[in-house]
Design a protein around this ligand. Sequence first.
Ligand SMILES: O=C(O)C(=O)C[C@H](CCCc1ccccc1)C(=O)O
Ligand SMILES: [Zn+2]
Length: 332
Amino acid sequence: MASASNNESVLEEIRAQVKSYHFPLDEVPRLNCHDPRAERLIQNEEPVILTDTNLVASALQWDANYLGEHIGNSNYTVYFSNTHKFLYYDDKKISKVPSFVPPTRHQDLTFQEFLRKMNKWKNGDPWMYLQQSLNNTVGPRIVQDFTAFNWTWVTEQQRKNKWGPLTSNLLLVGMEGVITPVHYDEQQNFFAQIHGYKRFLLFEPGMFPCLYPYPVYHPHDRQSQVDFDNPDFEKFPKLPELRGQQAILAPGDVLYLPVYWWHQVESVPERGMTISVNFWYKSAPTEKVVYPLKPQQKVAMMRNIEKMICDVLVNVEEVGPLMQSMVLGRYT
Ligand SMILES: O=C(O)C(=O)C[C@H](CCCc1ccccc1)C(=O)O
Ligand SMILES: [Zn+2]
């Protein structure tokens, strides 16, 4: 296990190597999970990198060969992209947008088939990203490692923060350099880094007006329309107001990624393949509404309003014009 100090020096090296963007980035605090400041950040639903949780200590031995040997021969969803970006889309919403062209393809492969493709990958081949919820088809050794996760700590966090049930653990195995573009999720997330280095760009929910998500009915619902590598300031005039934080995760680190917080995830280039497991929890129900509403609550409300208008109008082409006639010249 790398000592804390040389983790810090590698992280410093990576901070110097990673790409900079048009917006400023502060550093997400990196704290020992026993530090009361860490607890307070989690209670305030703010991101924090937690060290010494031992959440996935039993998996720190995982690498491509270990997984190839022990994970079993069931199928895993492997995404393919002609670029290093993997923009997620919801298959179930494609019917609503006939012109939609999926930016990635996916195939079910055994882990061993995935590894074979990885080992013979050459420039010009599609990029690959394995993304699959862990299930009971994994081999006994992986079950043992999974059982040995620090469930005491994470379950205590779930209880203290009044979260709902754990909904899934997504296993992520990415080639170096792959990127999941900026989006938000509707669940609380403890993101555990197991192998390799991942860089998160994080933006608070209140940055919604600067990130221009696709319509709720669109297959890219919850994803930003903005391409950080080619920002269109005409189409997205509030983009210059964007500012965020970055979190670089080393093996063993756990990022608390609060619900509704925007994030882009990069497997740091030239640092090898990355292996991660996330822990998605249903968020706590709103007990007592307190005014002014939090940005997260406004996002949830906007989503409900969009969904209702889509349901009533049926033809999604009419949604924009209706909302514009409601707002333009009246609220603007
Ligand atoms: O854990 C998270 O929330 C992440 O975004 C991690 C991210 C992959 C997530 C893929 C995905 C994106 C949108 C909807 C469902 C699945 C990565 O590590 O590349
Ligand atoms: Zn996400």
